[in-house]
Design a binder for this molecule. Sequence first.
Ligand SMILES: *Cc1c(COP(=O)(O)O)cnc(C)c1O
Length: 865
Amino acid sequence: MRAIRRFTVRTVLPPQLAALGELVHNLRWSWHPETTDLFAEVDPVVWERVGHDPVALLGAVEAGRLRELAADRRFLRRLADAADDLREYMTAPRWYQSQSDTPQAIAYFSPEYGIAAALPQYSGGLGILAGDHLKAASDLGVPILAVGLLYRHGYFTQSLSPEGWQLEHYPSLDPGGLPLTLLKDEAGVPARVHIALPEGRTLHAQIWVLQVGRVPLLLLDSDVADNDTLARDVTDRLYGGGGDHRLLQELLLGVGGVRAIRAYCRVTGHPEPEVFHTNEGHAGFLGIERIRELTEARLSFDEALEAVRAGTVFTTHTPVPAGIDRFPADMIERQFGGSNAWPTVPVDRILALGAEPDGLEGEKAVFNMAVMGMRLAQRVNGVSELHGEVSREMFQGLWPGFDMAEVPIGSITNGVHAPTWVGREIMELAGRELPALVDRSQGWEGIQRISDADIWSIRGRLRRRLVEAARRRLRTSWRDRGVSAAELGWVDEVLDPDVLTIGFARRVPSYKRLTLMLSDPERLRELLLDPERPVQIVIAGKAHPADEGGKKLIQQIVKFADMEDVRHRIVFLPDYDMTLGQLLVQGCDVWMNNPLRPLEACGTSGMKAALNGGLNLSIKDGWWDEWYDGTNGWAIPTADGVDDPDRRDHLEAQALYDLIQIEVADRFYDRAADGLPRRWLEMVKHTLTSLGPKVLAGRMLRDYVDDLYTPAARSARALGADGHAQARAFAAWKLKVSRAWPGVRVEHVETSGVGDTPEVGTALDLRATIALGELQPDDVAVQVAYGRVGPHDELAAPDYAVLAAAEVADDGKAFYRGTVPLDRTGAFGYTVRVVPRHPLMASPAELGLVTLPEEPAGMTNGTLR
Ligand SMILES: *Cc1c(COP(=O)(O)O)cnc(C)c1O
């Protein structure tokens, strides 16, 4: 029999222990070891049994034990200290409070959050990043207000069948068993959001608040009695179901999320966000909802669009076109059109925002959430420099006529939250030797002062802890696969705490190439079984439940790791989650990553390994392309020019085996007389000093604040002032310029100042005649683009200079002048172009308008001597 409904009966704490409830209900415990020590002390056995879940601990601990603690002075003193520490953490001024001109609050939207293993509301990197973003924001005092969905069945837990096939189990989560508080209005009635659906249906959701340090995370939950069955299931699972289900999830996240924020701010007095940040396209409807709010407050659609864009930041996360979120356009039309249309938001305008430009596999009938995200945000970024570049190429079609380098998509490289991912021993060593180091971007040179012996001893402890945990987990996995305990004696000998340990853990989409290491099984076997310098490999990863191909890859790895001759040196550990992730990134000596370049947008697990003194062995993709410096790890040579995928895999695999054998193992096993691997430790120290300050989520947060949040707030304030006067003016100006643009022409360009054979060091005087049509000289910038030209007169990476308006004739023509320095020898060319100009534009490409001479580039080509 199955229960039709479940709930959790909460413990009533004795009043002396009330502060325990406070500590449990703030997820700061998940990165504060002193607090988890206190939880463990409540009942060490139960604490282990409930998998370090404090709510479950309080539910399971005996009432007698609680009475005992309530009378234990020492415990009460420690409890009071911990509670004081939390209150101080929540209120003391931090980095953000010393900055000026910053937004009063920032809304952050993400479909998943990886905050603690006890809250399985994440599937992979996107969610983990969102969790780290909130934690780092909390540590720095950045006033983020976050929004997501509460999935009643979290992401699946993974086990293996006897044949090594992935099996999925969906846990049932009960909000009463989680550290959540239901948002209630002033009258004590649960706050609700409602979204009208076609055919007269309504989607209702309640709002749970999860406190992540200083950051409130609002989680929308459609499992309420007012909903019909379908609506009730909207938040049943993460990325479950097909198109309709996903659309409803995204409507709830985007539209419902804004409404939840409004309700939260109204009830609690929290300041309203000035900036809205969307982590990937799934929450894109938030922009439509904000346009609705403003149009109902009497702005036109275009005016509202400008006001919304100014304060919106969009982060794209995938360089894989198949990874982009798209819907059939008629689904959007059904939701936002017909009798369900919002009176002030025409469905045609919504459809236009998500329409793909030609060139991006353009299909008219598709609605693309990423494209909408970019049109609704004035500031867009990728998550590493290389990914920024790939994104500019991928989305170039949205800004036709502009060079790739001018596509207004920047990048902020991801980071990781040190207190979550770094082993406690390392945090303590760092804290002892270099106070506050892990928080800061400076002072990391101090690592060099730590003794080799100290580092090596901690690395050994972390490796041993991984080996012991791996044996326990492997035993459980074999029991699940139907093998009796009597047959599993060999598991106690699996892995060796002194052998070079390589980790490989990630989701299993094909581009991550889980099985590249199996490319030549004999070669791999040789590395594992090397009598002098063996390596051992620990592998983990989940395949998406619908990805049969990924499950086959897992099965191949499992079958190999099952073989008797190698099973003590290579293991697959099921159920990769944050807990296993922590064990792996802390315990492995080497973190291996072999994606197909450039499909890894950033990758963060290698950063976690680096902060723990692990060395990266990776294809130069994502963050590693940016920060590999030749000696802080190893780069697997990529064969990304080779078209045949099998041949490419073969070449890269051979390079990988060679590197492991010749470089990695050699260094690890090269020991000095005192047994220390000096050359290895030198590399570890260099890794920590060169990468430590960069890979921190705190660095990432400061970049977001400085480069995106603060400028976005500034623009939003400018546009919103005086009843949105500037938004109205800016929208009117854009409309005028777009209409008049066909009348803009470059009529004539002439040069003087150099003779027939120009010499380097001279300058070219330029005079351009521009037909402005209906526009004024101030509405445009006339630029000269100049520099080296290629064989077909193309300007590869031109410099730009602005020409000054000289005079305006009566017939709408204007003359512009300027000079171009001839500062390089060789083939040289220039051209003139006209682009719109307005102080509120964030980039010259913003309107997607540009006019070039009818004659192509290099009207006057010359060779400089
Ligand atoms: C860090 C982490 C990820 C993301 O790592 P990638 O390097 O981007 O693959 C995914 N899952 C878990 C459990 C993690 O801890």
